[in-house]
Design a binder for this molecule. Sequence first.
Ligand SMILES: *Cc1c(COP(=O)(O)O)cnc(C)c1O
Length: 368
Amino acid sequence: MYNFSAGPSTLPKTVLQQVQKELIDFEGSGCSVMEISHRSTIFEKIHNDALNNLRQLLNIPKTHHIVFMQGGAITQNALVPMNLLGVKNNACYAINGIWSAKSALEASRYGHIHHLFNNKDKDIATIPNLKDWNIPHNLNSYAYLHICSNETIDGIEIFDIQNFKQVNLPIVADMSSHILSRPINVSDYAVIYAGAQKNIGIAGLTIAIVHEDMLNQAMTHCPTALNWQAIINANSMYNTPPTFAIYMAGLVFKWLQQEGGLTNIEIQNKHKAEKLYSYIDSSNLYINSVDKVYRSRMNVPFKIKNTNENEHENLNALFLEQAQQYGLLGLKGHKSMGGMRASIYNAMPLEGIDALINFMKSFENQYA
Ligand SMILES: *Cc1c(COP(=O)(O)O)cnc(C)c1O
């Protein structure tokens, strides 16, 4: 079976096997990681190893703090403005898909939100040209520019943030669905945030990476337990952290290191995505309508080309049903998009891509 679910999503098999082995008795301690105090020396080691290994993998400089917390990326949609709009009340949002639109809408409850561009609901999913961006004039009154660098539902990924840097505001990026898929220059970002259940581990852990200059700008009513500075002061243990999710993330970080780190995982991710897109482009039955420059390496939405409306709806359902029987799970597209979506995160092996393409080919031969 191969699991193409967008999140929670497939995990490396060797990691799951290790969890199974350690589940009841962690390293001879006589109890499960789930049962031990977050203040115990056993857990403290798990926690600090995870923080250190994440820092090493992403090459996070000393200027940036790591925050382990809860609430998911959607909670960060409120916490970004709550933590950053206490001094300056304006923020700029680039809207290139469903998640960034949602981020901007939530942020508008806390401050004045300016849209750098709004490309949601356009026929071709893309990022508009720089000359068409609506860059604010009074940049001094703006706290940050928010982007979603991989739109999980729309399948749009931003690979080059040069134009965004030219806006000249601290960049806050929602990287939920592509964090750790390739090396990035963390110094380009003021804040990076991500839920763990896509490309890291299991639901329950949310990661924020925050530049020290972005601290101490929180709104006064920001809850202490959700204030990045307070969490950083407590080494991400202001209150009980999601211990099992941190343990799982730590195992995935070690797995990534064994796989050769992000440079090597990027080569694999590129190869997997190119293989799938090139098949889709060559087929007579399927279509992906994202601008090629921005096609996500992690989330590949595709549709069955429309011939006859009724037949088309039925073919979608039939595709999903037969795929499931073939052992390919989680391919149903997001409800707002319809069609199909293959999420091919770090943990999806090349064999999974091959199995998907084989199935798509035989389905095409039957129905195109
Ligand atoms: C999944 C996702 C979210 C929502 O994450 P939750 O953990 O469910 O809050 C937000 N942004 C992006 C880009 C996502 O992929």
